[in-house]
Design a protein around this ligand. Structure first.
Ligand code: ATP
Length: 597
């Protein structure tokens, strides 16, 4: 035996009116949507008329009454029974022109029970016949009668505010809601309450026309709208338009930085009526740096109207939007370098993160990413114009140590210490075949030209002795610039040793002893190098100086100077050398002065 489900009418009405929506003010949306659909239906039927929506608030003692009137198609008595009074039945779903309507589920009107004890409808069909009055109760009963209070053609819905919701019938609240949902509707919405009146959607919205025409001359107006209406000082804006789903709108480039994983909420209208300002499944995931205003004609909203169904059409629309956003970035790379620079500067990290993950994006942007190099700040594109190998260091100290010498040799080295620098540079090899080379200051120093000379032996012994307490090896090499007397290169181990020694200086005895074991192990590795520059005139004079005491002091001072130039932390040893050395040199200066006079 086949049975049919039974329905608890009261329960269903309660569910559909009180528990489907998160916000009671959606009744305004449902009434507005019905008025718009009724106007569309009358137009579809070929009637010529001036569409109009009139909302009036009347007060009677403490009670507030909302009168919502349209001059749309209206309903005959039969249609009232069939559509208005049949839950889940919609005239719009069965219409041939169903795509032109906003509603489809046949439940929206029930949302009025959230705020009103009854729903009263006066309606006159454009097809003629007698006008009818329908009064519905939340228990599922209704009365129907003839009336002479209906509009000439159209429908008037009357709600009486429940006490706890009468604030929703305030002029300001209604104006805000009607404006929010209907700002870009092409039909006039008039609101009046006592002496107050507003033509809610009187002002044309510039982004809607800009989205249609794409006319750059309108851009300033659109940006001004964002500034004044939304408080958004957008960096830029550009139009978006898709075939699939009939999306058209504008993307505003955000003036503040965002996370690459933070999805933006976009304000989306369906057939000119606000669907939601929190739609997040229409734009590609990487659209974190824009906020979009979109008007959609042909995508399918979910029943709660909080998002769109994930169907083929939505996928296609998303693909088109993705391509258009990429095209905009490509346009920047080709025609608006300044705009691109601002965009990359502001959304520095997320743009780089995106490029690492997304090949298309990488190809689009990698040449515009800017890096610090030993020859100044430049984009990777400019770097590659004069470098066939991408050389980079991954440590700031190393960068400081070698950048001076590298530049003099015509090598440009990239300082790749910031987040995503390394993966971005390495990816270049796999994408474009240009080799990358990670450079370490120690190995770089080995490429400097050695000086082989027996005569240097004594000098080197003396110099080495001058630095005996500093775990530093002295060599003589030839390098440019000639003006640079010495280069101090520290390996990672030495760096570690310095850190330990600094920690020892501020530790108590016990802890300092514990650290000492480790420090002495590292000390035995002797991993810091002072490379004296054979090309430098001061070094030349020093090598030929007669007095070993002078040579020792000069070596020590060059050590301290090179140490400082490399931005290495000064330990007590270096500070002591600096103080003693300066004093001694001042003393020598004074003595020389005395001898001359
Ligand atoms: N202002 C109106 N003018 C003419 N007909 C109306 C009006 N309001 C409601 N109706 C009729 O009542 C039916 C039910 O309306 P209701 O708002 O409950 O659902 P819907 O608009 O069809 O769909 P949805 O639940 O998706 O909003 C509509 O299909 C329409 O036939």
């Amino acid at each position: 035996m086949v049975h049919s489900f039974k329905i608890d009418l009261k329960g269903i009405i309660d569910l559909l009116s009180n528990h489907l929506y998160s916000d009671p003010s959606v009744f305004v949306r449902e009434l507005l949507q019905n008025a718009v659909d009724a106007i569309t239906a009358r137009k579809n039927a070929g009637d010529r008329f001036d569409p109009n929506i009139q909302v009036t608030v009347e007060s009677e003692g403490e009670t507030k009454r909302l009168v919502f009137e349209d001059n749309g198609i209206g309903l005959t008595e039969d249609e009232i029974h069939e559509f208005l009074a049949t839950i889940g039945r919609s005239s719009k779903r069965i219409s041939e022109a169903r795509e032109s309507y906003l509603g489809q589920f046949g439940i929206g009107l029930l949302s009025c029970f959230m705020v009103s004890k009854e729903i009263r409808v006066y309606t006159q069909s454009s097809k003629g016949g007698t006008a009818a009055c329908w009064i519905a109760q939340p228990d599922g009963t209704y009365e129907i009668s003839q009336t002479n209070e209906a509009p000439e053609v159209g429908t008037r819905v009357i709600l009486e505010a429940r006490e706890d919701f009468d604030y929703l019938f305030d002029f300001e609240n209604l104006q805000e809601d009607l404006f929010g949902y209907g700002e870009i509707l092409p039909y006039p919405i008039h609101l009046s309450s006592g002496d107050e009146y507003a033509h809610v959607n009187a002002v044309a919205v510039p982004w809607v026309t800009y989205a249609e025409t794409g006319d750059p001359a309108q851009k300033e107006q659109v940006l001004a709208y964002a500034r004044e209406r939304l408080g958004l000082e957008a960096l830029d804006c550009f139009p978006l338009k898709t075939q699939a789903g009939g999306v058209s709108g504008v993307a505003f480039v955000l003036p503040y930085s965002t996370q690459s994983n933070s999805r933006q909420w976009h304000r989306v209208y369906l057939k000119n009526m606000l669907l939601s300002s929190q739609i997040d499944n229409l734009l590609p995931e990487w659209a974190f740096f824009v906020r979009c205003f979109l008007n959609v004609q042909g995508l399918h909203p979910t029943a709660s109207r909080e998002s769109f169904y994930e169907d083929e059409l939505l996928t296609q629309a998303r693909t088109e939007l993705n391509q258009q956003m990429q095209a905009w970035i490509r346009h920047l790379t080709q025609h608006d370098q300044e705009g691109l620079r601002r965009l990359l500067q502001l959304h520095y990290l997320p743009m780089r993160a995106l490029a690492v993950d997304n090949d298309e994006f990488y190809q689009l942007l990698v040449h515009s990413f800017s890096f610090e190099t030993s020859t100044g700040h430049m984009t990777l594109g400019d770097y590659l114009k004069s470098n066939s190998v991408i050389r980079y260091v991954t440590n700031l100290d190393q960068f400081r140590q070698i950048s001076q010498v590298a530049s003099a040799y015509g090598h440009s080295v990239i300082n790749a210490v910031y987040t995503y620098d390394i993966p971005i540079l390495r990816k270049y090899t796999s994408m474009f075949g240009v080799p990358t080379e990670e450079i370490d200051a120690t190995t770089y120093a080995h490429t400097l030209e050695d000086v082989q000379s027996e005569g240097l032996k004594d000098f080197l012994l003396l110099a080495q002795d001058a630095l005996s307490s500093l775990e530093c090896q002295v060599t003589v090499k030839k390098f440019i610039p000639d003006t640079l007397p010495a280069l101090f290169i520290v390996s990672e181990v030495h760096q570690e040793l310095s850190d330990i020694e600094q920690a020892q200086e501020v530790s108590d005895d016990l802890w300092s002893d514990v650290l000492e074991d480790y420090a002495s192990e590292l000390r035995s590795m002797r991993v810091a190098h002072l490379h004296l520059n054979f090309n430098n005139s001061l070094v030349q004079s020093m090598m030929h100086a007669e007095n070993p005491k002078v040579v020792r002091r000069l070596v020590q001072m060059l050590y301290v100077q090179a140490h400082l130039l490399g931005h290495h932390p000064m330990r007590q040893e270096e500070l002591a050398l600096l103080t003693e050395g300066l004093q001694e040199m001042m003393y020598w200066g004074l003595r020389a002065d005395r001898m001359l006079n």
